[in-house]
Design a binder for this molecule. Sequence first.
Ligand SMILES: Cc1cc2nc3c(=O)[nH]c(=O)nc-3n(C[C@H](O)[C@H](O)[C@H](O)COP(=O)(O)OP(=O)(O)OC[C@H]3O[C@@H](n4cnc5c(N)ncnc54)[C@H](O)[C@@H]3O)c2cc1C
Ligand code: SF4
Ligand code: SF4
Length: 820
Amino acid sequence: MTQRLVVIGNGMAGARTVEEILARGGDFSITMFGDEPYGNYNRIMLSNLLAGVEDEAGIYLNDLSWYADNDITLNAGVRIERIDRFAKKVYATDGTATPYDKLIIATGSSSWTPPMKNVHNPKRGFHQGVFAFRTLDDTRGMIRYARDHERAVVIGGGLLGLEAARGLQNHLSDVTLLHAMGHLMERQLDEKAGHMLQASVENKLGIKVITNAMTTEILGKDRVTGVKLADGTVIPCDVVVIAAGIRPNTQVAADSGLTVERGIVVDDQMRVQDEDDIYSVGECAQHRGNLYGLVAPLWDQAKVLADHITGRNVEAAYTGSKLSTKLKVAGIDVASMGLIAPETDDDEVIIYSEPKKGVYKQLIIRDGALAGAILVGDNSKAASLIQSFDRAQALPEERAEMLFDIGGPAGEVKPEDMPDDAQVCNCNGVSKGAICGVVNAGCKTVSGVMDKTRAGKGCGTCKPLVQRIVEWAAGGEAEEDPAASWYVPGVPMPKPELMAAIRKYELKSVSAVFDKLVPGGEHDAKSKMGLASLLKMMWADQYEDERDARFINDRVHGNIQKDGTFSVVPQMKGGVTTPAELKRIAEVAEKYNVPMVKLTGGQRIDLLGIPKEQLPAMWADLDMPSGYAYAKSFRTVKTCVGSDFCRFGVGDSTALGIAIEERYQGLEGPGKMKLAVTGCPRNCAEAYVKDLGVVAIDGGKWEIYVGGAAGAHIRKGDLLCTVDSAEEVIRLTGRFLQYYRENANWLERTYAFVPRIGIERIREIVIEDVDGIAEALDAAVEEAVQSYKDPWKERAVPATPGQFRTSLPLTVLPQVPVRS
Ligand SMILES: Cc1cc2nc3c(=O)[nH]c(=O)nc-3n(C[C@H](O)[C@H](O)[C@H](O)COP(=O)(O)OP(=O)(O)OC[C@H]3O[C@@H](n4cnc5c(N)ncnc54)[C@H](O)[C@@H]3O)c2cc1C
Ligand code: SF4
Ligand code: SF4
């Protein structure tokens, strides 16, 4: 019988445990609560985000659609404050109570703030300019603040402090690292190694390091101006980042009467004490007296918990983890595992030190097995040492082989010697077996395997090992990555070849494409949206829609927001509306208690914070067509007032904008298409920075610009041509958009597409018709226009029974804020 599983904590351990449970086919209806208002992201990668080597999109492990696709109710941004173990319910700060049959507590840790004067402002938490380094919001705040300032102090010289200091250098020029102990990373490195690391950090990175530095006070009245140390030293600065340690989040458990020592006490099945139906995993759990502050243990814990709770193996037991760490700072190699100093007279200690080069290596061997290792300045042996350490493997007689390559790759980990369950990527918990499984299923490129397994996508130090395993499993060389040229990752064809095959076999649905064109017929979820868009473009109304091929936005025709509600944007062609329409929008907003009514950058009205189940009724009350604010499609034409009203106007930009929008509304594309028409070169509608922008010039002429952007990427469009009439603009707009639709890569916006093809070449095709395809482009776009249907009409007869059924509880926090 389906049981109700509730998970408190939507971080790395909570989500991973749910993934493991799903992989075992556990029969649960799952509800997750996360204090952070996001899907699940890789916290490790925050260091890379701060350092500017990763963007936000790249750190998500599971975005909101993953929860929807797996029928998981996610309450993002909702904190649980109490568990009633007897009534079996969890209580959230928003007043809701959620019953459970099984409960998992995965609340992780919080940053610990050492006692310092003036660190907090009584009204707003940290003093202005002071940050912790734990969450995406912390990192965003730090990046935003650091951009406008010059000097930073990082408190804490452990892994996190070093990564924070290096990352901050990306945003400001002057960074000082303060460490309360005598040497950096004292828990992972001995004194010599710590000093060697300090020299590298100072000389190679230009970060000032002060050890034995006890910070006692944050200086500055309204915002940080410096820090004061116990010896009276003052270090002026504008930003302070505290990375001085973590404390497990155990409050909920303690308040609910569960046994808590330093962490929530669990047994070998990750069950909390005296409770058969409550479990705990991750940094908040205390197992056999140990707390873990790294991800590798939580992968093991998640597997055991999943085995146990699904009944796959009720006897599964977690017996503890051996820890190894690596610093994720480019140019500074540090790895450490196990002991950092010998403990008995019999411990064998091997040390190699080359201070001028900043190289230090130490091994501690006990009973013929590796009990500890430190590597500074040369990480080339890290993977093989971690392997030996994890598995307590027999060591080579020639101990030097463990530290250096002597006469070939003798000391390198050999894939054939590794057991299947050996962990290759600690950051993402990927085993050799998982990598080989993907290779055996046909993916023989390193990047393909990395995409499919996430191996090598954390700190990246395991990439060479991933490569060796892929090569070995592929029976020799790994293949070049042809996927780079594929239209979507799951169908092995570049776009022209794919389109030819789709036409040849008359494939009109996404599943037909997978069945016919993918060897083995595997349906790849990540490819569905791109294929659906392509097929719709190619077949217009002959396209056979399959709802599961759509992203949640396209399934309900609204834009999913961070709290799982949607935004509704009615069409407002060319930004023009009527009093009657405005009245209707206002009445609907009042009737449905819309939390926020907002004007968009594209001259429309956005009703934000709408629960999924209210969408059809709202659309009916609005009785206006969809404005396509959510889709990879033609979105809007922004216009200025133009010659009708403006003293400077030389063209009727409003009328032309409306005509273009009327004709091409809803047109699907590889990326969104934003357009504008402006009545003179003063450019009030920002036409130069649109996917297609039209500018009226003297003499009744119009200029057409393509490939502009003013979002995350900024680019002025290229002049495609100058024409004499509005009709010509409309015709060439359609032809250009069709050429873009047929030839751009999936998600490639025009600002990337136009420079890739070259404006001269585009002009040859679209204007001069040197390839003789202009007529076909015109015909194809005409067909698409004719098959247009307003998606909001689906309200009357939902496409599937669950289309507008909510997967969220009735009250969701945080709601989009109500503004008065
Ligand atoms: C910048 C940075 C770099 C790191 N680098 C590495 C690295 O290189 N290698 C490594 O092994 N580890 C690294 N770590 C540590 C690693 O991220 C953690 O070990 C891991 O995230 C722990 O997972 P968790 O699920 O236990 O906790 P978390 O990922 O912290 O998740 C806990 C979640 O529970 C939520 N929560 C807490 N209380 C409640 C409540 N009452 N109700 C609802 N939700 C709640 C929190 O908001 C949080 O989202 C790094 C950490 C940071 C911050
Ligand atoms: S772009 Fe020209 S016509 Fe349009 S509003 Fe601005 S000044 Fe007037
Ligand atoms: S720019 Fe767009 S994505 Fe970014 S916060 Fe604003 S609405 Fe969201």
